[in-house]
Design a protein around this ligand. Structure first.
Ligand code: AMP
Length: 391
């Protein structure tokens, strides 16, 4: 399949794809969509940024649009974080425009009444994090007895977060005759077990290596003293163009770094677990539309940030585990564009770097520090560059 028009999708879906400029499926879409349309179970290992969201949203919509279109929950997408759920909902909104199919986002940290209202109004699709959906199930606020399509998105991450018992309860609340689409960056033992237990003769789709960053990301390494990291970041901001997603190890570190950049005139904001959902949404939206050039994030908060055109990912602090390196770096170089990922490491962290390189069988290109940013070049503080966490 080279073009979406080759698929037997309804006219409205084809129109919506064209309206958003989607012409050619990505490899994971080309492999997974035809199998999903045939109602087969699918297990796909593919990298972040590979287009997996449309790989499950398109066949889901296609099935739900088959007449007669009925109200009530028939499909569930389980995903690890609120941010991912919201971004899946955005993709859903684009593709479902002009159709009677509606989705309800069911996630913790946001008001449950409006979520319940959307369900009661007849939403056919739930885009949910496991905790909140399970809570609704236990309180008998939602029924999953008519679900015929279940999507597990970023399954490995959900298991890492300790959601196995919750996911199992949700799966068991759906009919056994359902179709299951399963997406995971890695297939470790616990993931394989979940697949064996709940999927039926799945079609396996493996795109590229799940343990390697996309080929179109340049991986740079700067050995730098801890006290000089900030200056190095400023020098890169001065030398390079485009937006920066910067990873810090702690919530406090992320907050401090964004604040300091903002006082230096860089349009920067932060996203981490101590900020409210509204603050996170505002920060993410502001970064998406270019109000902020820099978004500083922790690993957990950054799960599922889908922003096109992130030119530069910076590992200001090293990730805790090599897999997080892949997830971080996967935020740039998306959908065929080139990106740069710069890792800052101190001399003492050399062994950590070697561990990452060995685990991922890659070599980071050692760089020398660019010239320091002149003080005056960074623009004066913009009023909206920082949203205080007290708002
Ligand atoms: P995902 O892996 O679902 O997060 O998608 C990564 C990015 O690729 C998103 O920004 C999508 O808008 C974009 N994308 C997904 N499918 C396509 C496609 N067929 N053509 C062009 N861009 C796409």
């Amino acid at each position: 399949m080279n073009n979406f028009t080759d698929l037997s999708l309804s006219a409205v879906l084809k129109r919506n794809l064209a309206a958003h400029g989607f012409e050619n499926p990505t490899p994971v879409q080309a492999a997974a969509i035809p199998a999903a349309l045939e109602r087969r179970d699918v297990v796909a290992t593919s990298q972040t940024g590979s287009g997996k969201t449309m790989a499950f949203v398109l066949p889901m919509l296609s099935q739900l649009l088959e007449p007669p279109v009925a109200a009530g929950v028939q499909a569930v997408i389980l995903t690890p974080t609120r941010e991912l759920a919201i971004q899946i909902h955005e993709v859903f909104g684009k593709l479902a425009a002009g159709t009677p199919v509606k989705a309800a986002v069911v996630v913790g940290g946001l008001n449950e009444n409006s979520q319940l209202q959307n369900i009661r109004r007849g939403a056919q699709v739930l885009i949910a994090t496991p905790g909140r959906l399970n809570d609704f199930l236990e309180r008998r606020l939602v029924k999953l007895g008519k679900v015929h399509l279940l999507v597990l998105d970023e399954a490995d991450r959900m298991l890492d977060m300790g959601f196995l018992p919750t996911i199992t309860r949700i799966i068991e609340a759906t009919p056994e005759a359902r179709q299951t689409l399963f997406f995971s960056a890695t297939i470790e033992k616990s993931v394989a077990h979940l697949i064996d237990k709940h999927l039926k003769d799945p079609v396996r789709v493996s795109i590229g290596s799940a343990t390697k960053p996309a080929a179109d990301v340049d991986l740079h390494l700067y050995e730098v003293d801890k006290t000089r990291k900030h200056d190095l970041l400023r020098a890169l901001l001065h030398r390079e163009q485009g937006s920066f997603l910067v990873f810090a190890r702690t919530k406090h570190g992320a907050e401090r770094l964004a604040k300091r950049l903002a006082t230096e005139g860089v349009k920067a904001t932060a996203i981490h677990g101590d900020r409210t959902q509204n603050q996170r949404n505002r920060a993410l939206k502001g970064f998406q539309v270019g109000d902020y050039r820099v978004l500083v994030a922790t690993d957990v908060a950054a799960r599922g940030i889908h922003v096109d055109d992130i030119a530069h990912v910076v590992n200001f602090d090293l990730p805790q585990v090599p897999e997080d390196f892949i997830h971080r770096v996967g935020r740039t170089g998306r959908a065929g564009r080139r990106g740069v990922a710069s890792t800052f490491a101190t001399r003492e962290e050399r062994s950590e770097i070697r561990r990452i390189e060995r685990a991922l069988t890659l070599t980071l290109a050692r760089q020398t520090e660019p010239a320091a940013a002149p003080e005056a070049v960074i623009l004066p503080v913009a009023a909206k560059a920082w949203t205080p966490s007290s708002t």
